[in-house]
Ligand binder design. Structure first.
Ligand SMILES: [Zn+2]
Length: 323
């Protein structure tokens, strides 16, 4: 029995090739997230992805995937690209205030500044037009950093999850102008695992849960694992808040970039199917409709070194739960 109607992998755009489409079809996977590398240079990797997207070969691959019922969707830490730091000299109040009271153009925005949010909205609209794939799910996430919310007197009243939801709502408004059916992921991850309290999601915002600080070799539901208990503490509440419809787990079972410590060359990869099976049961029991994993560092250079990655095993575990 197939329990999740969406099952997929997130890979770096440069890893998206015809071989991957074939592997995904054989594995029964129907979602391909294109994920420019995160971290503090995520704006640069997004810029590279935009250039790659415009190439005829990329467009042909996206069409080929879609013809084979694979939905191709961008999942990127986009904020610093959407609101470039070069604007700081003109509009310093758009940028966050740090704990010492200074406006600083490193990451994030002042989410209490309406002009900054309007600009973000306009840029998200333009980015969605540039990165069109025919899918209606978009993830233009906040920056991939921790502890960098805005500390101005207004934003100080908001949790980091509330601040992130204000950003996501602005992105969603922009996306809806480019794509009337468009929906945007709110990323519950690192600083934003707790449920927002003061802000409500716009229509079309769905939950994405990415437990990066979990123990990757123990099941999420393992009650004796404090690390995993901490990561999942708010998941039922998050699902109630955002709704189960479209809710997506973005986990790490296949993330060979993480297991290679984000350094090339890729390391040999072993899929922990026992943990994956238990986690799939866990996500199913909570009502997630969509289950994906990062799957970076398993592309052509991996295949040349080590042979085929276990994408088939991954797909099989998502399609049949024990019992
Ligand atoms: Zn602020």
């Amino acid at each position: 029995m197939s329990v999740f109607y969406r099952r997929g992998l997130l890979v770096h755009p440069e890893e998206f090739d015809e071989a991957l489409i074939g592997q995904m079809c054989q594995a029964g996977l129907n979602v391909l997230g294109l994920h420019p590398a995160g971290g503090k240079a995520a704006h640069d990797s997004l810029e590279t992805a935009i250039r790659l997207h415009a190439m005829p070969a990329s467009r042909a691959r996206i069409d080929m995937a879609r013809d084979r019922n694979i939905s191709v969707e961008y999942e990127a830490h986009a904020l610093r690209w959407l609101v470039p730091r070069s604007l700081f000299g003109m509009v310093p109040d758009w940028f966050r205030m740090n704990e010492r009271g200074y406006r600083i153009p490193d990451f994030h925005l002042c989410v209490s500044n309406p002009d900054a949010l309007m600009y973000l909205e306009t840029r998200a609209e333009a980015l969605a037009r540039q990165l069109w794939t025919g899918a209606h799910r978009w993830s233009f996430w906040p920056d991939d950093v921790q502890g960098m919310g805005c500390c101005c007197p207004e934003c100080r009243k908001l949790s980091l999850s509330d601040q992130a939801l204000i950003l996501t709502n602005a992105v969603q408004r922009g996306i809806r102008r480019a794509d009337p059916l468009g929906c945007t992921g709110f990323l519950a991850y690192q600083d934003t695992l707790d449920t927002p309290k003061k802000v409500r999601p716009e229509d079309g915002v769905f939950l994405e849960f990415a437990p990066i600080r979990r123990d990757h070799h123990r099941p999420l539901s393992d009650e004796h694992c404090d690390q995993n208990a901490r990561e999942i503490r708010s998941v039922p509440q998050l699902l109630s808040f955002f709704g189960r419809q479209g809710a997506q787990a973005v986990d790490y079972w296949m993330d060979n970039s993480l297991f290679s410590h984000w350094q090339k060359p890729p390391q040999p990869f072993h899929l922990d199917t026992e943990v994956l099976k238990r986690d799939a049961e866990f996500y199913d029991s909570l009502g997630f409709e969509s289950v994906t994993s990062f799957g970076c560092f398993l592309g052509q250079d991996y295949r040349e070194r080590y042979g085929e990655p276990p994408i088939g095993d991954f797909g099989a575990c998502l399609q049949s739960l024990p019992g």
